[in-house]
Design a protein around this ligand. Structure first.
Ligand code: ZN
Length: 459
């Protein structure tokens, strides 16, 4: 086995320059999913990927009925080995503001040990590590050692509006035992990580309707309920001064953090005074009894994201507005369900309606949280692979945000081992100007991916 490892490792080192050149070709295609003028580039990027996979003998198809072309490849010759589904995306965010880029976003440039281009880290560079890992495995042992399916979409940056439908239609075809996704970052520059938890989201819009037209606050003030007053009264009752959410039943399904998780988070402790200074606030705030890292990744939250109504222009206008509104997001944690939280929150908000106004609550968005059990054997295999590929043991982290496609994978395909293995550095600047991906991480990612696939092939 040591031989195999050495062979993989030296093959990556030997071919690194060529791999980088190929990645540059990929990065030169401006596959911006949000802009219709790039439709042809989306087609170009998807056929570029099909060629890459075709060279590895992976049977590849492009689906065009699901928005931007969706690339799907499959190599499943073994009856007695697990199937690994690799997911990634070839679309990128728009490049603007283009004047803030030191070198053009679609003309990759290598400097200070990193490759600079739109999509370098998110997600072309990270996705490409898996394709090159497959190539290295084929070159060193003559075969890919495990069944592999690879699903690459072109709509991740616009919210994957068609992927769920594809997964419903082709559920059987894409079924697998393990999913791997590299579309994120390590915990820090020198600490690789496995992300085992994602928060969910429940997003509501509230509308409060009062008199049928705006009124003079001198003439009518004192006899009607002002919808803006009503709205802020309601909103103020949703949380208390201790940072707790007061919606009845809100915490009912929250799974308490396990002792090992609290220990792990304590080790990683967020430097609270640094964060405070970076944000320019006097102090951090949040639920009592939990550390800042726990609060930002593993506890549920409620935030008002927008509020409107009445006069907002220059100077004074004495008006009682006829309506008012607000947008509200709640980040959810295992095992909360966004449907249940939507219902509990709506019921509570409506129950707070004062006489004289009507309150409407609309659901805008919902995603359930995800947690991958720590004790799966695939986790152990991933830890070992990362240790070999990056020379350091990974830490276990939860992510404060949500990735809806992961929920589709876990629910729809019913796959538990979802390995979220980000190879980026936290300051790679995805979505921003001068996005980059370190060559060390590119190399470490390819090696780790190859070690992982090799080892999964034996399980
Ligand atoms: Zn991404």
């Amino acid at each position: 086995m040591v031989d195999m490892e050495e062979m993989i490792s030296s093959a990556v080192d030997r071919n690194l320059y060529r791999f980088l050149e190929e990645l540059c070709d990929f990065l030169r295609i401006p596959s911006v999913s949000a802009r219709s003028e790039h439709r042809e580039d989306m087609v170009r990027a998807s056929s570029w990927l099909r060629d890459q996979l075709g060279r590895l003998n992976i049977e590849t198809q492009i689906y065009t009925d699901y928005g931007h072309p969706l690339v799907y490849g499959s190599y499943c010759p073994y009856a007695d080995k697990p199937t690994i589904l690799i997911y990634g995306h070839y679309d990128v965010q728009p490049e603007d503001p283009v004047e803030l880029w030191e070198t053009p976003p679609f003309d990759p440039s290598i400097r200070d040990g990193s490759i600079y281009a739109r999509g370098a880290t998110d997600d072309k560079g990270q996705l490409f590590t898996w394709i090159k890992a497959l190539e290295v495995l084929r070159a060193t042992s003559g075969r890919i050692p495990v069944n592999v399916k690879i699903l690459i979409e072109g709509e991740e940056e616009i919210g994957s509006p068609n992927l769920h439908r594809f997964l419903v239609d082709y559920k059987k075809r894409v079924s697998a035992n393990v999913i791997v996704i590299s579309d994120g970052s390590k915990y820090s520059r020198d600490t690789p990580a496995i992300t085992y938890g994602l928060r969910g989201l429940s997003y509501l819009e509230i509308e409060v309707i009062g008199p049928q037209r705006d009124l003079h606050s001198g003439v009518y003030g004192g006899i009607v309920k002002n919808p803006l007053n009503a709205l802020v009264e309601i909103l103020a009752k949703l949380t208390d001064e201790k940072g707790q959410i007061t919606i009845p039943g809100f915490y009912e399904d929250v799974v308490p953090l396990e002792p090992w998780e609290r220990e792990e988070m304590e080790k990683l402790a967020l430097k609270e005074d640094e964060v405070r200074d970076q944000l320019g606030v006097d102090s951090l705030f949040g639920e009592e009894g939990f550390s800042a890292l726990e609060r930002k990744t593993a506890r549920p939250t409620l935030d008002i994201n927008g509020i409107w109504g009445g006069y907002q222009g220059e100077g004074a206008k004495t008006v009682i507005p006829s309506k008012a509104g607000a947008k509200l997001s709640m980040r959810l944690v295992p095992n909360q369900s966004h449907q249940k939280i939507d219902r509990l929150a709506s019921d509570f908000i409506k129950s707070l309606t004062p006489p004289g106004v009507k309150v409407y609550v609309k659901q805008l968005h919902g995603t359930d949280p995800v947690i991958v059990p720590r004790n799966l054997k695939e986790m152990e295999i991933a830890i070992k692979a990362i240790k070999k590929g990056f020379g350091k043991e990974p830490v276990f982290i939860r992510e404060g945000g949500s990735i809806p496609v992961v929920v589709s994978f876990s629910r729809l395909l019913n796959i538990q081992p979802i390995l979220l293995l980000g190879w980026g550095n936290p300051d790679d600047g995805p979505h921003g100007p001068n996005e980059h991906f370190s060559i060390e991480n590119f190399k470490g990612g390819i090696k780790t991916a190859a070690f992982l696939l090799e080892e999964l092939g034996k399980s």
